[in-house]
Each structure stands twice: as C-alpha cells, then as structure tokens.
Design a protein around this ligand. Structure first.
Ligand code: SF4
Length: 311
C-alpha cells in the first residue's frame, strides 16, 4: 500500500521541532518528505513568492514549501499562538498556514494548533487533526509519547555534547556564542557558513539555543523582566547560561525582523562585558564583506584572550 507523503519544509520551526515531527509522523506510518538544505534556487523561489516586506525566514519557508508541492500529498504546518501563559510568539507562527494557503492554489495542509491560553493540549489537537487518518486514538497517543521521548533524548544529547565541547576547549581558543533562532543558525545558506567560517578562524563556536529550557526561561529575567516573546526569552537565557564560558557573542538576524532588532538592541545596552557582533542577513548579502567582519571580530577576540590570559 502506498503511504501518504507528508512534507516538512526545512525552514522556520522545522529546525526546532524536526525530531518530534519526524518521529511522530513516521510512527503513524506516513512517509515523511523533507525539503533539501536551502540552496540558491529555493531562496530565489521564496523571494519571488513572498511579498517584499516578509522576513527572509518566511521567504525561505515559501521556497521550501514550493519544492515540496509536487513531492508530498500534504504539507505539515503548526499554528503556534502561544507556548506559555502570558507569553506570545512572532505573529508569523500563527499565520503560516494562511500565508501558505494564500500563496499556493492547490496546496493541502495539515495544520495543528498550539495555544497555551486555551485548555486544549498539543496532544488533543494532534488527535483531532490525525483522527481522519488514524481511527485508533491510542496509536496517536503512543506515537506522540514516543516522539516526545525521542525529542527529549535528542535535546539532552545535544546539550551534553556542547557542555563537553566547552569542557574540552583548549583555553587559548576564544569561544563565541551564536545567538539566533535555530532556523537562522542551522540554515545552510544563513548561519551554517558563518559558524564554519568562525571555526576556520580558530574560534570555538557554541550555540545559545542549546541550553536547558526551564533554566533559560528563569535566567532570561536577568536581562529583561518584560519580554514576552518566548523564543527570544529562550535565547536571552542561553546567553546568561553560557556567559561565564564565552569570549564574545555573534547575533545573527534576518532582515527585516522586528522582535530580533528590539531584543538585540536591548542586549547591546545590557551586556557590557563581552564583545558583540551583530550580523543582519538578507537575500542580497554577498559574503566578501561578511568574511572581513568576521575575521576582524575573531582577531579582536584572540587579542583580548591573549591579553587576559586563560579564562
Ligand atoms: S521572529 Fe523575525 S525572523 Fe522569525 S519569523 Fe518573526 S519576523 Fe521572521
């Protein structure tokens, strides 16, 4: 029997939740189709499809979705309104399904809600959505539990690996904390080349998004009490979590992004003990200027590290 193909665009929240989504869908017997790493063609397509005012992340999302249209029966899109009481997210995560529906005529979407302000749990919403494919509710519950456990295991391993990396760092090498959303950090055209270039400059690179969730929410309060965007709070907490172990911070943001512009500005005002570099990425960015900036930043960190001696 041919399996139903469910497409996951390798963009936006895929980079945060892919372990959960892939395991959940596989366990329910679907064939999961993931779009490839971002390439110039996907970027170009996304830029053509999106309205000019869209942030680059959304443009990439549309490019990835377009790639999947002829290869998957449905596109899986979460509609995330809120993950915690009294907190919210960038509105793009609420409207993603509508944006995709308005962009493509013949798209079939599987959309499920996460909204901490409502009584319905994520599991209940998944049951409601997947009941039309799987009438055995216990199978859906079991797939959900399995996928959540796999996600936890994956996160624990990621964190442990990063902590071991910090522990093993030859202390002459400066350590840089990359602070950006996973969909920027781990995108093949956006964050990955930046991490790779810093590493080539003999810089140890670690990531703010790899940190214990509950702890970072608490720590984020040290930088701001008022911030209510959950994903930005997580990143601020990540800075505090690693603050004593790092020599500098690289903020990566895509253009245009209101929440990040505000939060980065806040950090620049509040963090005075570490060199900070802010890199704004857009679809026009050539990498020559970028490399020069990263090289100078790496040099500053190395000079500072030599002056200060070992941490
Ligand atoms: S937070 Fe910024 S980059 Fe992310 S989706 Fe919203 S506008 Fe785009």
């Amino acid at each position: 029997m041919t399996r139903i193909k469910i497409g996951l665009p390798r963009a936006m929240l895929y980079h945060k939740y892919h372990v959960f989504w892939e395991n959940f869908l596989n366990k329910l017997g679907f064939e999961v189709v993931v779009s490839p790493e971002t390439n110039k063609e996907i970027l170009k397509k996304g830029t053509t499809l999106a309205i000019d005012e869209s942030c680059l992340s959304l443009k990439l999302y549309l490019g990835h979705t377009e790639w999947l249209l002829s290869r998957a029966d449905h596109i899986f899109i979460p509609r995330i309104v809120s993950l915690r009481k009294n907190e919210s997210l960038c509105t793009k995560f609420m409207g993603l399904g509508d944006i995709v529906r308005n962009t493509f005529d013949d798209v079939r979407i599987i959309e499920y809600d996460i909204d901490a302000t409502k009584i319905d749990s994520e599991l209940w919403n998944l049951i409601k959505v997947f009941f039309k494919f799987e009438k055995n509710i216990f199978k859906i519950i079991s797939a959900y539990r399995y996928a959540k456990n796999e996600e936890k295991r994956h996160k624990r391993k990621e964190l442990l690996d990063q902590l071991i990396q910090i522990e093993n760092n030859d202390s002459k090498k400066p350590t840089v904390l990359i602070v950006s959303h996973p969909y920027t950090t781990y995108d093949a055209l956006l964050g990955k080349p930046i991490s790779a270039y810093l590493k080539s400059q003999d810089i140890e690179v670690i990531y703010a998004d790899i940190a214990p969730t509950e702890k970072v929410m608490e720590l984020s309060e040290k930088i701001s009490h008022d911030l209510y965007w959950t994903y930005n709070k997580e990143l601020l907490g990540g800075i505090e979590f690693y603050r004593k172990k790092i020599d500098g911070i690289v903020f990566l943001m895509v253009f245009p992004c209101g929440p990040d512009a505000l939060v980065i500005n806040l950090c620049q005002n509040k963090i005075n003990d570490l060199p900070i570099s802010v890199i704004t990425l857009d679809e026009l960015e050539g990498d020559a200027g970028l490399k020069t900036r990263l090289e100078s930043f790496a040099d500053i960190l190395k000079i500072k590290k030599t002056k200060n001696g070992k941490k």
